[in-house]
Design a protein around this ligand. Structure first.
Ligand code: FAD
Length: 400
């Protein structure tokens, strides 16, 4: 029976404690007074733990390794939640607990921790880790044969993830890939943003890096006084944030009328011409009534608002069509790591065996969860990654 210390009782540490406790002596250390503080916040309190669409393009790393084999085992993460007794409610492929609350996930985990008699020590902050004669010594007092770091990233530091793990990894001389915010709002420089704040709508966002299209997302966008937010923005933010950190030019083109399935801006002008005739409209703003939020129409149209569409010159129609069909937002930055849902970057994946997540240079030291240089889109991909990395460690330790 191995003595195993897991540092951090978040999604990944909790999964591993459950997986290993049948055959090993597991001690789970958590600096908060309770477990799973971040897990409770997930999915706006509903915990989106898995997704039907597990395409590899939903996952990111800067470590120059292939994640294909790892991602191909994603079903094991779903099995974990099924084994907890969580019944899923599946909306557009997104898995939530049927109870619609993350509390039921955390409560189920607590129940299993108790059933399996995991030695959970809360209010315990790990400050020092040593590895002497094949033994790990934590805070000069706790000893183990195996040590697992599951301390999370840097985002939402009030949940306990304050980047302690990076310090421990550096002490072991391991390479950390630049940590940057991901799944985060984007700050832009757009003349309309002070006035459009608070408008929520469906749109298509196209992210251009150095003038080349790098990602497109369709869905809910929140317009804010500093730029753009919402799920759609979050899902392009990983690439934008990485690019910005390398000094690259990032721009977003918003198409507010994508749902019309119009192929080009010229066709959109023709569509507006026809709409003008069909409904015998008088003012330009009336053209957009019925399919665009009136507040946005007012903000974007400005001086054109009360003009007659049929009387406008082609160049003026072109300007108006651009505002709705291809509004350009130069991206200045993100809202910062503290507000990000996840941290991109982390332990360089070349430092671990990707099949076991054991650190190559330090026998019996394992790293799981967000501390690794893997992150995913919104949609359950990050919890899947955290759960699956823990399961892989569990399998490896059980095998030996
Ligand atoms: C608002 C929000 C919503 C999200 N929604 C979703 C979602 O719906 N679906 C999804 O897939 N992902 C979501 N995520 C991302 C997901 O929650 C995280 O990626 C995941 O929880 C990270 O798990 P982890 O175990 O790696 O780290 P964490 O959950 O951060 O846990 C790390 C734990 O380690 C403890 N710790 C740290 N340092 C020490 C130390 N020195 N000593 C002792 N303990 C320590 C911390 O207190 C913490 O409890 C969301 C994130 C946020 C912030």
């Amino acid at each position: 029976m191995k003595r195993i210390i897991i540092v951090g009782a978040g999604a990944s540490g909790l999964t591993l404690a459950i997986k290993l406790s049948d055959k090993n002596k597991v001690t789970l250390l958590e600096k908060n007074s309770d477990i799973g503080k971040k897990l409770l916040l997930t999915g706006s309190g509903r915990c989106n733990y898995y997704n039907e669409d597990m395409d590899k393009f939903h996952f990111y790393t800067d470590s120059n390794v292939s994640l294909d084999d790892f991602i191909s085992e994603n079903k094991k993460a779903l099995d974990f939640y099924n084994d907890l007794g969580i019944i899923p409610s599946i909306k557009n492929g997104y898995y939530y607990p049927f109870s619609n609350t993350s509390t039921s996930v955390v409560n189920s985990i607590k129940r299993v921790l108790l059933q399996k008699k995991v030695n959970l020590i809360t209010n315990y902050e790990v400050k020092k880790i040593e590895n002497i004669n094949d033994e790990f010594i934590v805070n000069d007092e706790l000893k183990s044969d195996v040590l697992v770091l599951a301390t999370g990233g840097l985002s939402y530091p009030k949940t306990g993830s304050t980047g302690d793990g990076y310090r421990f990894l550096k002490d072991f001389n391991l390479n950390i890939i630049n940590t940057i915010p991901s799944l985060i709002s984007l700050k832009s420089d757009c003349p309309f943003q002070k006035k459009w704040s608070g408008i929520r709508l469906n749109a298509k966002l196209s992210l251009y890096e150095e003038d080349a299209l790098s990602k497109e997302e369709k869905g809910e966008v929140l317009l804010t006084d500093y730029g753009i937010s919402g799920i759609c923005t979050f899902n392009i933010s990983s690439i934008a944030s990485r690019g910005l950190s390398k000094g690259k030019k990032e721009e977003v083109i918003i198409n507010f009328v994508d749902f019309l399935n119009i192929e080009s801006k010229a066709d959109f002008i023709t569509y507006l011409d026809n709409r003008d005739k069909e409904y015998d409209l008088n003012k330009v703003y009336e053209l957009f009534d019925g399919f665009i939020n009136y507040k946005l129409v007012n903000v974007l149209l400005g001086k054109y608002k009360d003009k007659k569409w049929s009387k406008l010159k082609r160049e003026e129609k072109d300007i108006i069509a651009s505002l709705f069909y291809e509004l350009k937002l130069p991206i200045l930055g993100t809202s910062g790591i503290e507000k990000a849902q996840v941290t991109s970057g982390g332990l360089d994946l070349n430092e671990v065996d990707l099949n076991t997540f054991e650190v190559k240079k330090v026998k019996n030291l394992y790293v799981i969860g967000e501390l690794l240089d893997i992150n995913g889109d919104c949609g359950g991909y990050n919890l899947t990654m955290c759960t699956l990395s823990a399961i892989k460690v569990g399998e490896s330790i059980d095998k030996n």
